[in-house]
Design a protein around this ligand. Structure first.
Ligand code: GUN
Length: 281
């Protein structure tokens, strides 16, 4: 039987630890402020944003959810970003993705002050991470690294395979694993013999956005499986990228969905907002 990596419990612990830091900041007259801009009514985005708001409020943050219609122009959205950049009460700012087609995501990301970019998506933050001197780290890979720490999973010298090369998860994940001295392979949709490549992994991180794509054929005995996939099925079920049930007897550690990577992503967003506020002291 594989051991479950309980992301929900670790997220709760992470947020508990933040409460003292928030109290210390408040004693210095600073309340961590997080602004989230949600454009339009994408159902998944609405769920994610509600979760972020709940966490921010329960930690006593100054929390703003700025809901704007999908018809907002790029200029108007840029204006909003600039206002939050200049707002002293706001330490973390994020624009929920995806954005409507008439808005250029890169232009919006570039407009966010890198010091407030709690998503870690700004090219300055991506570049600093790439160079081994991170300021803000994308929250999902950051949360996955915390899971390795919590479960004392040593990465040094290990074979790590990341399936997926997105800017949000795959690329930063590969970088963080390299910084932790793993030997990293980034595999993706064009990789030949993907199951064979994945079977090299002591640590397999999956982030491709395809429900149940990774089967037991992809895993080596004793491997650690981190499933960062979030797929909403038509029947309303929420599943990862890996068929975790059928791997249970083969692997050593595995993340459940829900209750695995997702809660840690949210917790790390809160932590980075606290870090951004602490930098202001
Ligand atoms: N959409 C899905 N995940 C994310 C995320 O982590 N940040 C933002 N801004 N949008 C998202």
């Amino acid at each position: 039987m594989a051991k479950m990596i309980d992301g929900k419990a670790l997220a709760t612990k992470t947020k508990e630890a933040l409460k003292q830091r928030v109290a210390d900041l408040k004693n210095k007259g600073i309340t961590p402020g997080l602004a989230v801009i949600l454009v339009g009514e994408n159902p998944a985005s609405q769920i994610y944003v509600r979760g972020k708001e709940k966490d921010a409020k329960s930690l006593g943050f100054h929390s703003i959810i700025d809901r704007v219609p999908a018809t907002i122009s790029q200029e108007e959205l840029l204006e909003k970003v600039k206002n939050y950049n200049n707002d002293e009460k706001i330490h973390g700012l994020l624009v929920q993705l995806p954005l409507p087609k008439h808005i250029d995501k890169e232009v919006i990301t570039l407009a966010i002050d890198p010091q407030k970019d709690v998503d870690g998506f700004h090219p300055v933050n991506m570049g600093r991470l790439f160079m081994g001197d991170p300021l803000m780290i994308p929250c999902t890979p950051f949360g996955v690294m915390r899971m390795f720490e919590e479960y004392n999973l040593d990465l040094s010298g290990k074979e790590a395979v990341v399936i997926g090369r997105s800017n949000i998860v795959g690329k930063p994940m590969a970088n963080l694993l390299t910084m932790a001295n793993a030997t990293v392979t980034v595999a993706h949709s064009r990789t030949q013999n993907l199951p064979e490549v994945a079977r090299r992994a002591d640590i397999l991180v999956v982030a491709i956005g395809r429900a149940h794509f990774v089967t037991k054929d992809f895993v080596k005995k004793g491997a650690v499986i981190i499933d960062a996939g979030m797929n909403h099925l038509e029947n309303g079920k929420f599943v990862g990228d890996a068929k975790t049930e059928e791997m249970d007897q083969v692997v050593s550690f595995i993340t459940p969905t829900p209750g695995g990577v997702g809660p840690m992503t949210r917790a790390m967003l809160m932590e980075q907002t606290v870090i951004a506020a602490e930098r202001r002291v």
